[in-house]
Design a binder for this molecule. Structure first.
Ligand code: COA
Length: 252
């Protein structure tokens, strides 16, 4: 339980990623813990809002590449897919507080959050094409819906990072703050929201997401099949070997 810190107060379950040394990259053990926390939060009548946050210098470097190579996601019951389905279908408000790099799933998970607050040091990226992979977490659908096709193409086909100011402009984040204040502000907003009637929060979210969630779940499944296949192909093998050997990849 020390991979992710769980704190419950005033109706808000705060999940803090605690692997700063590894840049909060997500292992399957962390995905399992997050998936379990979301499932418990769904079931617990006292939990009204969930807040996901990292450290003021790093949100998440995405999948933990070493862990990923040792135990690739095997099927729909694997921790990563349980987590992705959990955030995509979560029925209570989900808030994220993001400072520093948010890479891969560090950015794509935000597409499922209802509110995102960012530090002015936040850098978002979905570098799947640089890794010989394809989008995940429903991002091929949600990024297009959020940003429009061309901007999503720039983010997903170029894989280049974009900063907090751009994230604010495209609507990925609701407010940009100094990094030292971001988690506290997100907590304050989460508590303000948690003071409202849970039935209103849940019905409002359900109506806003009506029709979207089944499509997103289906896209997560489709992306997962392609992603799983591409992981075994030469481009991804080269990208991951290069990362482990701390060199630039060479794609043929
Ligand atoms: N998986 C596994 N380990 C990771 C990681 C990841 N995704 N991201 C960072 N780490 C590890 C590094 O290997 C390094 O480990 P070491 O201290 O044992 O050498 C440590 O975390 C610190 O990372 P480093 O790259 O030195 O930090 P930085 O501050 O220079 O850069 C990032 C931070 C997030 C920009 C950079 O680490 C990065 O780009 N990571 C890869 C992200 C990625 O491609 N994710 C997509 C996965 S699908």
């Amino acid at each position: 339980m020390d991979l992710v810190l769980h704190h419950f107060e005033s109706g808000v379950l705060t999940l803090t990623l605690k692997q700063k040394k590894k840049k909060n990259s997500l292992t399957s053990a962390m995905y399992a813990e997050l998936a379990q926390a979301l499932a418990s939060a769904e079931a617990d009548a006292h939990t009204k809002v969930v807040l996901i946050q990292g450290h003021e210098t790093i949100f998440s470097a995405g999948n933990d590449i070493a862990d990923f190579l040792q135990q690739p996601a095997a099927g729909e019951d694997s921790p990563v897919f349980r987590f992705l389905r959990g955030i995509a279908a979560f029925t209570k408000p989900l808030i994220a507080s993001v400072c520093g790099p948010a890479v891969g799933v560090g950015t794509t998970l935000l597409l499922h959050c209802d509110l995102v607050y960012a530090g002015d040091n936040a850098a978002f990226s979905m570098p799947f094409v640089n890794l010989g992979l394809c989008p995940e977490a429903g991002s091929s659908l949600l990024a297009v819906q959020l940003m429009g096709y061309q901007r999503a193409a720039e983010a997903l086909l170029m894989g280049e990072p974009f900063l907090a100011e751009t994230a604010l402009e495209i609507g990925l984040v609701s407010r940009v703050l100094p990094p030292t204040e971001t988690n506290a502000y997100a907590q304050q907003q989460a508590r303000k929201m948690a003071a409202k009637p849970l039935s209103s929060l849940m019905e409002t979210k359900r109506l806003m997401k009506a029709g979207i969630t089944p499509q997103v779940l289906e896209r997560i499944k489709q992306e997962g099949l392609v992603f799983g296949r591409m992981l075994k192909e030469p481009a991804a093998i080269e990208a991951f070997s290069a990362f482990m050997e701390k060199r630039k990849p060479v794609f043929h």
